[in-house]
Design a protein around this ligand. Structure first.
Ligand code: NAP
Length: 499
């Protein structure tokens, strides 16, 4: 079975520091890349002692500034460092496509060190990358490597297509294709699928190149060792999306259900047309859709459920027989914790105030109206509140009309985006409203767990619901749509506790 090896790039200033990093991550890594361009002079002179202290293969790299490295000496000095070290047990040496020194190449050959012939581009994926890679090898035994900055979804598509084309033409392995930056992230996790023999990772806070994650995250969160060429790929599309909680939820769900052939990844997408082409190329089975694409994906769907039609937003796509089926799980995800807190059902005649009138508010208002709830919508931009109210038959007003909440006292739902991720940690959208203690207060923001609004509500004795409960509930519905199996509840507990 072909499997990519997981390499940790070592960027410590001393050999001792690098050995400490190895000790920390050794259980996760198959090999190491020693970035000698980060080393202090004293440690450079000790390079020959390094491989014997590491029980796994080591790549020796002395990268020039032009290729994103830190080496500032002359080329003669660089070649001298490489030549003096190659006979001491390094398995690979990384040499660039324009590397000129034959003596170093001969030293590698004599010592049985495999050359990784590298091409770097920090400005994007060059149009002629395929041609360049086809001509890059100088000796048949070399491993070819492209590490390129992925600037947009079109470039990710181009890189993935090239990797798969090379895999079909030349077979699996002896090649490394890596996309740098958040948009290139999927190439790091899917390296086995793409035919790359090695993927690279960094220790937290020490990125050798933009984009890599630490080995533990690749293994524990992204299930790297389980991914083979038959992997079923799922994901979340958004922009930005790299810090989404969804991969944690869905991948934990896969693990708890022993679905070893599935992985869920963040795809940072700036072009939906390119993404849907990429989805075909990767045979993606399902995606969650988040800001800013919930409306934009709708024209690409083959079918839409009632929630997508009503809320005008789609947060889930499942591919079935080549068809893209769109769903909105935010609606049921919102009502599930609410029903739970009300003993299983939302009582008739409930009166609710919804703060905000954006995309999420639309799903919330639809969900409440479907249950027969009377709704008042208050929003900063009153025109948006008015439009939403007209669609679903609600009352509306501006945020300055907080006294009106007293007529809708059963449930208050906060749907504005302001407090999310501590953007404004003090934000309370209704500071002039005094809780009576009987309200249920539901803030759909999930970080932090207790927003200023919820804190105030708790102090007044109100029952509160957190956005995490909604996220976990809608993720559970997505999991079922993706896999046909129930979402294990334990999948969300560990993550929620972090906040
Ligand atoms: P959106 O469409 O961009 O709407 C943003 C809303 O916030 C609008 O009502 C906007 O008012 C209001 N707003 C923004 N800045 C404001 C400010 N400074 N003062 C007052 N109001 C302000 O975003 P969305 O898709 O509705 O998402 C809203 C939030 O819900 C996000 O934080 C998202 O992460 C969260 N969410 C959570 C879940 C979950 O599962 N827990 C699911 C979906 C969404 P204007 O109309 O005046 O601009």
């Amino acid at each position: 079975m072909n499997r990519s090896s997981l390499c940790l790039s070592l960027t410590g200033a001393t050999i001792t520091e690098n050995l400490q990093e190895i000790e920390k991550y050794n259980a996760y890594c198959d090999l190491y890349e020693l970035r000698a361009d980060y080393l202090e002079p004293l440690s450079i002179s000790a390079l020959s002692s390094f491989p014997e202290q590491v029980k796994k293969p080591v790549i020796l790299t002395v990268r020039r500034a032009a290729d994103g490295g830190h080496f500032k000496g002359s080329e003669t000095e660089r070649c001298g460092i490489l030549r003096r070290s190659l006979a001491s047990g390094y398995r690979y040496v990384d040499l660039e496509e324009d590397f000129q020194d034959q003596k170093t190449e001969q030293a590698a050959e004599v010592s049985g060190v495999t050359v990784i012939r590298s091409f770097y581009d920090f400005s994007g994926v060059p149009a002629d990358l395929g041609r360049r890679l086809r001509n890059i090898k100088r000796n048949p035994g070399e491993v070819i490597k492209a590490a390129v900055m992925v600037q947009n979804t079109q470039e990710l598509l181009k890189l993935v297509e090239l990797a798969l084309e090379l895999k079909v033409r030349d077979g699996w392995g002896n090649r490394i294709i890596l996309g740098m930056g958040p948009m290139g992230f999927p190439t790091r996790v899917l390296s086995t699928f793409l035919g790359s023999s090695i993927t690279y990772s960094s220790t937290p806070g020490r990125q050798a190149a933009p984009g890599p994650v630490d080995p533990q995250t690749l293994v524990d969160l992204y299930r790297f060792p389980l991914i083979d060429e038959n992997v079923r790929i799922f994901g979340v599309i958004g922009n930005p999306v790299i810090h989404s909680e969804s991969p944690g939820l869905q991948n934990r769900g896969f693990s708890l259900r022993a679905m070893d052939d599935a992985v869920y990844l963040p795809f940072q997408v700036d072009n939906l047309e390119a993404f849907f082409r990429l989805a075909e190329v990767l045979d993606i089975r399902g995606v969650s859709v988040t800001i800013p694409h919930k409306q934009g994906v709708i024209p690409f769907l083959s079918s839409r459920d009632e929630g997508v039609e009503a809320a005008g937003a789609c947060n889930t796509i499942v591919w079935r027989d080549g068809l893209r089926c769109g769903y909105n799980t935010d609606i049921s995800g919102f009502t599930a914790p609410l029903k739970e807190s009300m003993g299983g059902a939302i009582p008739a005649g409930l009166r609710a105030a919804v703060i905000g009138a954006g995309g999420a508010a639309r799903a919330v208002v639809y969900a409440l109206r479907r249950e027969g709830v009377e709704v008042l919508i208050l929003n900063r931009t009153v025109e948006r509140a008015k439009e939403l109210a007209a669609v679903f038959g609600c009352s509306y007003g501006s945020l300055g009309e907080q006294e009106r909440i007293a007529d809708y006292p059963d449930l208050i739902v906060q749907t504005t985006s302001v407090g999310m991720n501590q953007e404004d940690p003090e934000y309370d959208p209704i500071p002039d409203y005094s809780f009576k203690g009987g309200e249920i207060v539901y803030d759909i923001i999930y970080i932090p767990r207790l927003t200023p609004l919820l804190k105030r509500a708790v102090q007044s004795g109100c029952r509160v619901i957190n956005g995490w409960d909604m996220l976990a509930a809608q993720a559970g519905i997505q999991f079922r749509l993706f896999t046909g199996q129930d979402f294990p509840r334990e999948a969300s507990s560990g993550i929620a506790d972090q906040y």
